[in-house]
Design a protein around this ligand. Structure first.
Ligand SMILES: [Zn+2]
Length: 107
């Protein structure tokens, strides 16, 4: 499977979010954003936890799975997250980190 998704590191995200995955219907574009503000303090966490977590969301989008149930942390998402060797693929996270067709990205 050939799957390219842009991974953008930005300081425009609110501090409570480590990462976010977005999907735009019109362009069929999936993008992963990582919060630059959190990198310095939590580099290991970003690499071991957040990146697999967000890539799992991206793969769900890629396969046409846009369920917003449990903020996208479905059983299928969890399987993908674990197969990406994510350390914490918790389905019951208390954050919303997927966005579909929202103009206002991070707030
Ligand atoms: Zn998530």
């Amino acid at each position: 499977m050939n799957f390219i998704v842009p991974l953008i590191i930005t300081d425009q995200m609110k501090s409570s979010l480590f990462g976010m995955t977005t999907y735009e219907t019109k362009s069929n574009q999936i993008t992963i954003y990582l919060n630059k503000k959190r990198f310095k303090e939590s580099l290991d966490y970003m690499i071991d936890d957040v990146i697999p977590h967000e890539y799992a969301h991206a793969i769900m989008f890629k396969f046409g799975e846009f369920s917003n149930k449990n903020a996208g942390h479905t059983l299928q998402w969890q399987k993908v997250c674990r197969s990406l060797e994510g350390l914490r693929c918790d389905r019951f996270v208390n954050h919303k980190d997927i966005l579909i067709d929202k103009t206002k990205l991070f707030y």
